[in-house]
Design a protein around this ligand. Structure first.
Ligand code: ARG
Length: 463
């Protein structure tokens, strides 16, 4: 069937190019199962409210389920003339069961129907994404646990700063993804709102039961204002914001892995299965997967900017501009899901070069703060101690030595407070051990962080 369902008042045929231009079927056909689910619930509600008969409802539901099968088996024909998935399904239903099918759209408009479909879709996808992030967190905790004795240089301004446990660095990402989970959970509250019943914008004259529809579709809330209901795409923008922040985190870890896997760092080796070769340089093992995750972050930001721009300045209520919401949303959902999964699978296979990390942490005066702390612990005010340690660094630099390679006499020339025990304070392990403030890099703190993270994720997955 190719006749339009809205052509009653039109005398002229739609221009062919316009048909192509207005059609969104290539994109929104992905919503078919949610559309059918929504229509079945709507139909049941219409029957319960005696707006249609039980027999009619039965016929409609049977037809809708058959259409679902046709779509899933690849036997469904799409046509630009029918614009979108809602029209395709309705037109096919009319073809299959005749006049009764035309009752399905009672007390409903495509404006509330489309946003219902997107909300069901996004509720499902957000829940999947949260589950996937929990899995990624578990992989991070395992990775940290396996390398709990590895010391690396910690950086600020991309300059070696102070030694930290590699596990501590990895657990920083655990925290970042934890915040992502909270953000998605929070956005979910505003996605979980049932819009059907707003109809075109003003509501409907039929005695519908919106709570019943919400119950059938497992929605926690029913929308309030019918105009807002069809005009609102905030929940999509919120999801895209959460997705963008999550992509930032994936992009930052990607950037670090790219740097660390290069010869200049040599901290890690990425697994063969997650790297690619060069078509000209036989020796190359490229971190393309990390690079692509970093690159795809741009796509997801683009999806967010796209939706922000589409919505900016739109008068209430529904405007066709909003049809442009699905492509960026689907793109962000698919991109983010894939990037999270790739990282979860890649992490356990990454080899860590403990010696290279330790070597890097031993060179470059990463113990200068500890020398200052040592002096402060002997009674020197910290600012003075900082200055004194700075002078020692400058002296060591000139003499091409590390602080712990200076003799006791050399060190004492900067302060008579310096005693033999200074060498202990300048040792890597000691520097880690002494970072005792809550949340710092001491072994004890990091073990604790790993342990409580493990327990938390265990609990979350059992919920
Ligand atoms: N395909 C449309 C969309 O995605 C469905 C709603 C169309 N409503 C309308 N009044 N033309 O937004």
């Amino acid at each position: 069937m190719t006749t339009k369902l809205w052509d009653g008042r039109f005398a002229e045929k739609t221009d062919e190019l316009v048909e192509k231009f207005t059609s969104s079927i290539d994109i929104d056909k992905n919503l078919y199962s949610y559309d059918i689910q929504g229509s079945i619930a709507h139909c049941k509600m219409l029957a319960k409210q005696l707006i249609i008969s039980d027999k009619e409802a039965e016929q409609i539901i049977k037809g809708l389920l058959e259409i679902k099968e046709e779509i899933e088996s690849g036997n469904f024909k799409y046509n630009d003339k029918l614009e979108d998935i809602h029209m395709h399904i309705e037109a096919r239903l009319i073809e299959k069961i005749g006049e009764t099918a035309k009752k399905l759209h009672t007390a409903r408009s495509r404006n509330d129907q489309v946003v219902l479909d997107v909300r069901i879709y996004l509720k499902e996808k957000t829940a999947f994404i949260i589950e996937d992030i929990i899995k990624l967190q578990k992989a991070l905790v395992k990775f940290a646990k396996e390398h709990v004795n590895t010391i690396m240089p910690g950086y600020t301004h991309m300059q070696r700063a102070q030694p930290v446990l590699f596990a501590h660095h990895i657990m920083a990402y655990y925290e970042m993804f934890g915040r992502d989970i909270e953000r998605f959970q929070d956005s979910l509250k505003r996605t979980d709102v049932m819009p059907l019943g707003a109809a075109a914008l003003a509501g409907t004259t039929y005695p519908i039961d919106r709570d019943y529809t919400a119950e059938l579709l497992n929605f926690s809330n029913v929308s309030s204002n019918s105009i807002d209901t069809v005009a609102d795409r905030d929940f999509i923008i919120e999801f895209l914001s959460c997705a963008s922040i999550c992509m930032i985190h994936l992009s930052r870890i990607s950037e670090e892995f790219i740097l660390w896997s290069g010869a200049e760092f040599g901290f890690i080796e990425l697994p063969d299965a997650f790297t690619t070769g060069s078509s000209i340089m036989p020796q190359k093992k490229n971190p393309d997967i990390c690079e692509l995750v970093r690159g795809k972050t741009g796509r997801v930001f683009g999806d967010l900017i796209c939706m922000l721009t589409v919505m900016k300045g739109l008068p209430l209520a529904y405007d066709r501009d909003m049809q442009e919401d699905k492509e960026p949303l689907f793109d962000a959902v698919n991109t983010l899901s894939l990037c999270i999964k790739i990282y979860t699978n890649m992490l356990p296979k990454i080899k860590v070069n403990k010696d290279m990390m330790k070597k890097a942490a031993s060179v470059g005066f990463l113990n200068a703060t500890d020398l200052a702390d040592y002096l402060a612990s002997k009674g020197m005010p910290f600012r003075t101690a900082h200055n004194c340690a700075g002078k020692a660094v400058s002296y060591a630099l000139k003499n091409k030595k590390e602080l712990d390679q200076l003799t006791l006499e050399e060190l004492q020339s900067f302060s008579s407070l310096i005693k033999k025990d200074v060498f202990e304070a300048l040792e890597l392990e000691q520097m880690i051990e002494k970072r005792i403030s809550d949340g710092s890099t001491s072994y004890k703190n990091v073990f604790y962080a790993i342990d409580s993270a493990g327990k938390k994720n265990e609990k979350e997955q059992n919920e």
